[in-house]
Design a protein around this ligand. Structure first.
Ligand SMILES: Nc1ncnc2c1ncn2[C@@H]1O[C@H](COP(=O)(O)OP(=O)(O)OP(=O)(O)O)[C@@H](O)[C@H]1O
Ligand SMILES: [Mg+2]
Length: 242
């Protein structure tokens, strides 16, 4: 299968994003090296979704620069490399599960789409719903389909907004395995520490649209006193800056 060997870096340089009077991002800067898996952690309203939307080229920053490798996110070449799971993932409701996968797979230029769809249906345990219309699926099964659509073309850079939301525990484990098997740079937005620890090795913590801490999960754990749970360490750090 065709797959670029070295996934791209991701970089944000001094990004500001205003929605009218709301200053959502305030000088946000960080960089992921090729192949790194990083959690974007922060409280509600911190700017995680806005950051991802800028990185996938759906929003333009008010100022600052975003780069996927050396490409701007809205360029065709950058978009070809990307997979994106939005926070409000909405596959085509009047299409079946299989139709959604085959359609997006074809748009993404996947070879042998039908075989690829078969593999995803089995690995994500969606086989029994392959002919069901999306409008009739449970929320968890919609999330599984949205994940399948985000990775069907084996993207070399992946942006996931709260990827384990709505998933039952066995499915979470399956998804964690699948994401770890991709040769890609991954940025995973979450406010759940356990999601960060299961999926990534590094954390960029943001609050009010700028970085408050950036480092490895191991370093984050070391900031805890006497076996203090990592969630408490994070809560303390975020409370200090709120
Ligand atoms: N379309 C919009 N118009 C106006 N304000 C917006 C818009 N989208 C987001 N905001 C504001 O920008 C800020 C950042 O929002 P964002 O959705 O990026 O946060 P988040 O970290 O993803 O939060 P959550 O954890 O709740 O998903 C918030 O103050 C939010 O109210
Ligand atoms: Mg969000």
């Amino acid at each position: 299968m065709e797959e670029s060997l070295v996934p791209p870096s991701i970089e944000l340089k001094d990004i500001y994003k205003d929605y009218g009077d709301v200053h959502a991002l305030n000088g946000l800067s960080f960089r992921l090296e090729p192949g790194e898996r990083c959690a974007l952690l922060g409280p509600n309203g911190a700017g995680k979704t806005t950051t991802l939307k800028i990185l996938v080229g759906l929003l333009s920053p008010t100022s600052g620069e975003a780069r996927i490798g050396n490409l701007v996110p809205s360029s065709e070449d950058a978009r070809r490399m990307m997979g994106y799971l939005p926070d409000d993932a909405s596959p085509y409701r009047s299409f079946s599960v299989r139709e959604n996968m085959e359609y997006i797979g074809a748009l993404r230029g996947v070879e042998n789409v039908s075989d690829k769809v078969d593999r995803l249906l089995d690995s994500l345990k969606l086989r029994e719903y392959e002919r069901a219309k999306v409008g009739r699926l449970s929320r968890g099964n919609v999330q599984k389909l949205a994940l399948a659509l985000a990775i069907i073309h084996r993207p070399s850079v992946l942006f996931l907004d709260e990827p384990l939301n709505y998933l039952d525990i066995p499915t979470q484990e399956t998804v964690i395995d699948q994401l770890k098997n991709l040769n890609s740079t991954q940025l995973v937005s979450t406010h759940i520490m356990e999601v960060a620890t299961r999926l990534t090795d590094r954390v960029v913590m943001i609050s009010h649209g700028s970085v408050v801490w950036n480092g490895t999960l191991d370093d984050l754990k070391k900031l805890g006193k006497d076996g203090e749970p990592i969630e408490r360490v994070v809560a303390r750090m975020l409370t200090d800056v709120l």
